[in-house]
Design a binder for this molecule. Sequence first.
Ligand code: FAD
Length: 302
Amino acid sequence: PFDVLVVGGGPAGASAAVYAARKGIRTGVVAERFGGQIMDTLAIENFISVKHTEGPKLAASLEEHVKQYNVDIMSSQSAKGLEKKGFVEVELENGAVLKSKTVILSTGARWRNVGVPGEAEFKNKGVAYCPHCDGPLFEGKDVAVIGGGNSGIEAAIDLAGIVKHVTVLEFASELKADSVLQERLYSLPNVKVIKNAQTKEITGTDKVNGITYVDRETGEEHHIELQGVFVQIGLVPNTDWLGDSVERTKMGEIVVDKHGATSMPGVYAAGDCTDSAYKQIIISMGSGATAALGAFDYLVRN
Ligand code: FAD
């Protein structure tokens, strides 16, 4: 059996693996796709001490760093079940069962897509999901935010301070965000809210040049010229496979304490799959380190 088995090979999992391996204990990483979300990221400018990098380049450095240690990396493998039977057992899609004294869950999350023409085509070419990451790329430009929930309205307020103008497109007849956020939004001069708006297409040539939506009340189609679209309709944690094995929030996020411990003894979690307040690379890496040190502490005590 492993001492520490990390499930997920994104920034959180890589950080956990390095911290565990440096304790000289038997460490494994099982991951569908090593690198995780950063494999889909172009510019990264908020990974402190690195002024600019690109996702795949950072992913390659993560893998290189993990491989400096004696870590058993099992790529292209999906976990489908977690159970405690003496050891913690992780069952894989291919039927294999991996046993470990401790497990660190770091299966990340994915942004919910709107699924309209142009979204996939212009990803990283005007279509963005993270205002903290990509907001500054749209300085002085016109953008839209799709989604009027808390994350959408927070994004719109944040972006309004950077870009020229923000249009919020909400599908329903009312914004769902907290009223304090709505008040703040409506106090800003360079924001327009359009309700009952069903996004139909994100248009562009080599990059985004506009968005088309249908007014759900009148059925009329409208086109807005702009340079950026932020999709803010939810971040979904990759935790369905856990069922009731560990406690999760109603959003599906794994509940962790300040040591990264979950409700199952010996099982820790880190990164975007947890109920951490913010989801960023540097935050995931920090929580990966916390979970590994938490797991090591558990091994020492048990
Ligand atoms: P993830 O990166 O999601 O990694 C999850 C890992 O788990 C992957 O290896 C995946 O294959 C694996 N996995 C999932 N399910 C299973 C399973 N059942 N079995 C086995 N393995 C599984 N953050 C920033 O700080 N700066 C940025 O500029 C930035 N830009 C972004 C741009 C885009 C387009 C996106 C999508 C995100 C961006 N982020 C950015 C957010 C950042 O990428 C995430 O916060 C970070 O990757 C989270 O790391 P993680 O390790 O928790 O999860």
